[in-house]
Design a protein around this ligand. Sequence first.
Ligand SMILES: Nc1ncnc2c1ncn2[C@@H]1O[C@H](COP(=O)(O)OP(=O)(O)OP(=O)(O)O)[C@@H](O)[C@H]1O
Ligand SMILES: [Mg+2]
Length: 233
Amino acid sequence: MLTIEKLTSGYGKLTILRDLTMNIDAESVGLFGPNGAGKTTLINAVLGINPAWSGKIIFHGEDITGLPTHEVARRGIALVPQERELFPSLSVVENLELGAAFIPHAKDNWEDTLEEVYSLFPILKERAKQPAGTMSGGQQRMLAIGRALMAKPKLLILDEPSLGLQPSIVNELFTILHDMKKKIAVLVTEQNVRESLRAVDRGYVLENGMIAMNDSSDKLANDPHVLEAYLGI
Ligand SMILES: Nc1ncnc2c1ncn2[C@@H]1O[C@H](COP(=O)(O)OP(=O)(O)OP(=O)(O)O)[C@@H](O)[C@H]1O
Ligand SMILES: [Mg+2]
């Protein structure tokens, strides 16, 4: 579905991603690594937010390298960014509607998708009329995920979705992610490696802008390096 081939990217003179190659099929994939490893940089390069200096990004057979973000979104990749980007003064339902507004294949039957999002996150239905900015942190995270789903993506990318959430909500979030992967492909970056390894099929470990490991969740969960560096054992 998504193939990244020998991607190099960075900021100014600073190279962050070096010859990075990875592949995501119809599955759920984790992207782990320490702070500053380049996880957000990688995601932003896929979305056309950061430039690819060299290498290729292929989605469903099409070269999308260098396409503007809205064109990438139209092709079926949705991002839930590390920093929430909601419209705080608009209501919950208005934010959700905007998630579909600029995506041709999502716009026409957005009300059906809305019901699906409401069944995933009932709190959003309860609070449909509430200004997004007055929702709690966890609720806003759910709204951000709901809004991304409104675009009917083939691939949903989540950048640190559990950051700042209390453990019970994190649990709920990973259960939802686990269920979601039956329908769409998911790429998720996470500090919470333990929980997310339960929710994903496979994971990449990114260190210093390079893939250090690439293995099934089971293998990663038992790997001595992962245990020591990411699971604190
Ligand atoms: N706009 C920018 N200009 C210059 N350097 C940047 C910029 N954004 C990120 N960086 C640098 O790029 C490196 C990778 O950052 P990135 O945000 O991709 O890491 P990350 O793996 O997502 O980390 P975290 O787990 O903290 O979110 C860091 O050294 C960071 O300081
Ligand atoms: Mg990041």
